[in-house]
Ligand binder design. Structure first.
Ligand SMILES: Nc1ncnc2c1ncn2[C@@H]1O[C@H](COP(=O)(O)OP(=O)(O)OP(=O)(O)O)[C@@H](O)[C@H]1O
Length: 322
């Protein structure tokens, strides 16, 4: 990949305020000064709870929604540029393809809309239907499809024009484990081909298995950003202790911050910050406790996400402002 390949997505200080109500006098801040840069070949996750601004970000990139201020660029071009749009494949959150078309007709139509035609189009349609394992069901009308099949045929229409950037809004939500696995595998295949992928989700394991980088959005603000491994390893490590002979109620009076505390039969399982583990151990032994296990625990992306949410909720956040 050449060094000066255009940057697939670059967002600077992007803000969006929706106006609501009969007199447009109520405002909802969906995005507040968002910065985001997605480099060629990256699989990038936008993670956030409901209402965080993920779909709004995607809609601005696709020129479906106008930003209130700030800048969004696709391959260095503004979102309304047709050349930029041509390089992007998009799957919306709840794809609602024309129900009376067959899967094959729908994917063919999508290809035609991007300017493809003839034998080249027919061959590519069969190829993408094969990639999403929809060859056998391709002659059925979409109204007969399951949710997973609709999702896969929507992915096929996004892939038909060989986009170099795929934008997926909640690609695995509402799917059963098999459907989720298939979509994940497809994203991984695209990644191997060098396609840049941006997807938004609130499903943390999807981010962990698929993404190089992630941005966590809460209330329209970016509260974390980095490579998944960086974010997880930058967190202070924790220790998990299993202790017998000291009841949890007693341990709670010792003045340590317990990240997790649970009684299981005779045992109490505790999770504390690494720096607290030795002093706590000492106190437990003084109380004639028997510590049967002491082990470092990995800080997961889920822990990070929950912590980021908690911090953001304590500070000023977006949402309705008047
Ligand atoms: N068309 C709209 N008109 C008014 N408010 C909107 C509109 N679209 C989104 N919002 C509001 O903007 C905020 C961000 O919404 P957005 O859909 O971008 O979040 P999200 O992170 O995609 O959430 P979800 O996970 O629920 O899809 C929310 O408070 C939402 O209610």
């Amino acid at each position: 990949m050449s060094m000066d390949a255009p940057i697939p997505i670059e967002i600077r200080e992007l803000s969006k305020t929706y106006r609501l109500g009969f007199f447009m006098n109520r405002q909802v801040r969906a995005l507040q000064s968002l910065d985001l840069k997605i480099m060629p070949g990256q699989v990038y996750g936008l993670l956030g709870p409901n209402g965080a601004g993920k779909s709004t970000t995607i809609k601005i990139l696709l020129n479906l929604v106008q930003a209130s201020s700030g800048e969004a660029r696709l391959f260095g071009l503004p979102p309304q540029d047709r050349e930029a749009r041509r390089r992007v494949g998009y799957v919306p959150e709840n794809p609602a393809p024309y129900e009376y078309l067959t899967g094959r007709e729908f994917v063919t139509l999508a290809g035609r809309l991007t300017g493809m035609s003839g034998k080249e189009l027919d061959a590519r349609v069969e190829q993408v239907l094969g990639m999403v394992q929809m060859t056998r069901a391709a002659s059925l009308q979409i109204r007969r499809y399951s949710k997973g099949m609709v999702q896969r045929v929507a992915l096929a229409q996004a892939l038909v024009s060989k986009p170099s950037l795929l934008i997926l809004d909640e690609p695995t939500s509402g799917l059963d484990p098999v459907g989720r696995r298939q979509i994940r595998d497809l994203i991984l295949e695209e990644r191997h081909r060098g396609t840049t992928v941006l997807f938004c989700t609130h499903i943390i394991p999807d981010v962990e298995t698929l993404c190089d980088r992630v941005a966590v959005l809460v209330g329209g603000r970016r509260v974390r950003e980095g490579s998944v491994s960086e974010l997880v390893s930058s967190q202070a490590t924790h220790m998990e202790l299993t202790v017998e002979g000291v009841p949890l109620e007693r341990i709670q009076t010792l003045g340590f911050e317990l990240e997790r505390a649970q009684t299981l039969e005779q045992r109490v399982i505790l999770r504390v910050r690494d720096v607290d583990s030795q002093p706590l151990l000492k106190r437990l032994l003084e109380l004639n406790g028997r510590v049967t296990q002491l082990q470092p625990t990995r800080f997961s992306l889920e822990d990070l996400f929950l912590r980021a949410l908690e911090e953001a909720r304590q500070g000023p956040v977006g949402g309705e402002i008047s």
